[in-house]
Ligand binder design. Structure first.
Ligand SMILES: Cc1ncc(COP(=O)(O)O)c(C=O)c1O
Length: 350
C-alpha cells in the first residue's frame, strides 16, 4: 500500500546525504504533534525510550513508586524499573485497560505517577484516571504504543497526561520500517528535557548538560512515517470495519468478544477475544492455517526478569486470567473479506 509514496520519500532522504535528526524529523514532529493535538513532539528511537525518558524527565527514580496496569506489555514496566523506580500493579477492567476504580487503593506517599497503557488500541477511562491523579497531585504518563488516533470523550490519547509515549514499531497502526518512537507533550520544559536526553544530554554540540542517551529518530524513518501518518485515519477506519465484521460475524458461546467502554473508542491495534479453552482454540486455528498471537502469555509481575519484585501467582488474578484466556485474531490492513469470513467460519465451528 502506498508503495510509490514510500519509495519517493525514501529516495529523497537517501539522496540528501543527511540521515539523523534533520528536516524530515522536524517536519514529522510538527505533523504528529498537530495530529495528536499537542504543542510538542520529540522523535526518538523507540517506544521504550519514550517511556524511560518520560519517567526520567519527571525526576522519578529509586524510592519512588509508579502505578501501572498488571496486564500491560513488559516495556511499560521497564520504563519504570530502568529508572530504579518501583512498579505498583493495578488490575485491569473488563476492557483490558487499567481499572480506574482500583487506582486509589494503590496510591501511597511514594507514588509519583500513574503510567497508563491504552491496550490493544482502546482508550482507557481517562476521565476517572485524571480525577484520581489530580486529587493526589501525581503525574500521568500515557503509553500510547498501541493507540495512535484512539480517543476518550473525543480527545486523543496522548493529550491527557504530561506525556504521551508512542512506539512506531513496524506492526503498530502507525508503524515505521524499523524502530522509532516519540513523546508528545504541551510542557515546553519537559519537551526540552527529552530533546536534550535523546542527544547525549546536549543542546549545543559537545556541551553536555546532563548524562543523556542516544535515542535520535533518523531521517529515513521520519520521512516514511510522514507518508503513513497522512493515511493513518483511513488505515484505522479499515481496522474498525474489520473489527465490526468480527463483532457481527463471531457467534460462539465459548468466545467472549472485546467490549468497548462508553466514551472510549478503539483503533483495534489488536482484536482480542477471550476463551476458557484458549490453548485448544489456538491449536485448532493453527491447524486450519489461521495464525493467532497471545498478548501476553505472562503478566509482567510473573515474568522471570521481575522475580526480584517478589510478586507471586495469585497476586493479580484478573491479569493472570487474561494471560490464560486472551487470543488476538488476525487483523491487518489489506485483509480481504474472504480471509476474514474464513476465520469467522472456523471460530464459529470451534
Ligand atoms: C504497550 C507497549 N508499550 C511499549 C512498547 C515499546 O515500544 P518499542 O517496541 O517501540 O520500544 C510497545 C511495543 O512494543 C507496546 O506495545
Amino acid at each position: 500500500m502506498y508503495q510509490r509514496e514510500y519509495e519517493e520519500a525514501a529516495l529523497c532522504v537517501l539522496r540528501s546525504g543527511w540521515y539523523v535528526l534533520g528536516k524530515e524529523v522536524e517536519q514529522f514532529e510538527r505533523e504528529f504533534a498537530a495530529y495528536i493535538g499537542r504543542k510538542y513532539c520529540v522523535g526518538l528511537n523507540s517506544g521504550l525510550d519514550a517511556l524511560i525518558m518520560s519517567v526520567r524527565a519527571l525526576g522519578i527514580g529509586a524510592g519512588d513508586e509508579v502505578i501501572v496496569q498488571a496486564n500491560t506489555y513488559i516495556a511499560t514496566v521497564i520504563g519504570i524499573t530502568e529508572n530504579g523506580a518501583t512498579p505498583v500493579f493495578v488490575e485491569p477492567d473488563e476492557y483490558f485497560n487499567m481499572d480506574a476504580q482500583r487506582i486509589e487503593a494503590a496510591v501511597t506517599d511514594r507514588t509519583k505517577a500513574i503510567l497508563v497503557t491504552h491496550l490493544y488500541g482502546q482508550a482507557s477511562n481517562m476521565g476517572k484516571i485524571m480525577a484520581v491523579a489530580q486529587k493526589h497531585g501525581i503525574a500521568v504518563i500515557e503509553d500510547c504504543a498501541q493507540s495512535h488516533g484512539a480517543c476518550f470523550d473525543g480527545k486523543m490519547t496522548g493529550t491527557f497526561g504530561i506525556s504521551g509515549c508512542f512506539s512506531f514499531y513496524p506492526t503498530k497502526n502507525l508503524g515505521a520500517f524499523g524502530d522509532a518512537g516519540a513523546v508528545v507533550t504541551d510542557d515546553e520544559a519537559f519537551a526540552d528535557m527529552v530533546r536534550m536526553m535523546r542527544n547525549y544530554g546536549s543542546r549545543v554540540r559537545y556541551y553536555h548538560e546532563i548524562e543523556g542517551l542516544n535515542s535520535r529518530l533518523d531521517e529515513l524513518q521520519a520521512s516514511l512515517l510522514r507518508v503513513k501518518l497522512s493515511h493513518l485515519d483511513e488505515l484505522n477506519k479499515e481496522r474498525k470495519a474489520l473489527a465490526d465484521c468480527y463483532n457481527s460475524g463471531i457467534n460462539n458461546s465459548k468466545i467472549l468478544k472485546p467490549q468497548v467502554q462508553k466514551g472510549a473508542d478503539s483503533i483495534y491495534h489488536q482484536y482480542v477475544i477471550r476463551c476458557r479453552e484458549r490453548d485448544a482454540l489456538l491449536k485448532y486455528l493453527a491447524k486450519n492455517d489461521i495464525q493467532t498471537l497471545i498478548h501476553y502469555p505472562v503478566p509482567p509481575h510473573l515474568a522471570q526478569c521481575y522475580r526480584y519484585l517478589g510478586a507471586k501467582k495469585g497476586d493479580y488474578p484478573i491479569a493472570e486470567q487474561y494471560a490464560d484466556e486472551v487470543l488476538s485474531l488476525p487483523i491487518y490492513t489489506g485483509m480481504t473479506a474472504e480471509e476474514q469470513a474464513y476465520v469467522i467460519e472456523k471460530i464459529n465451528a470451534f
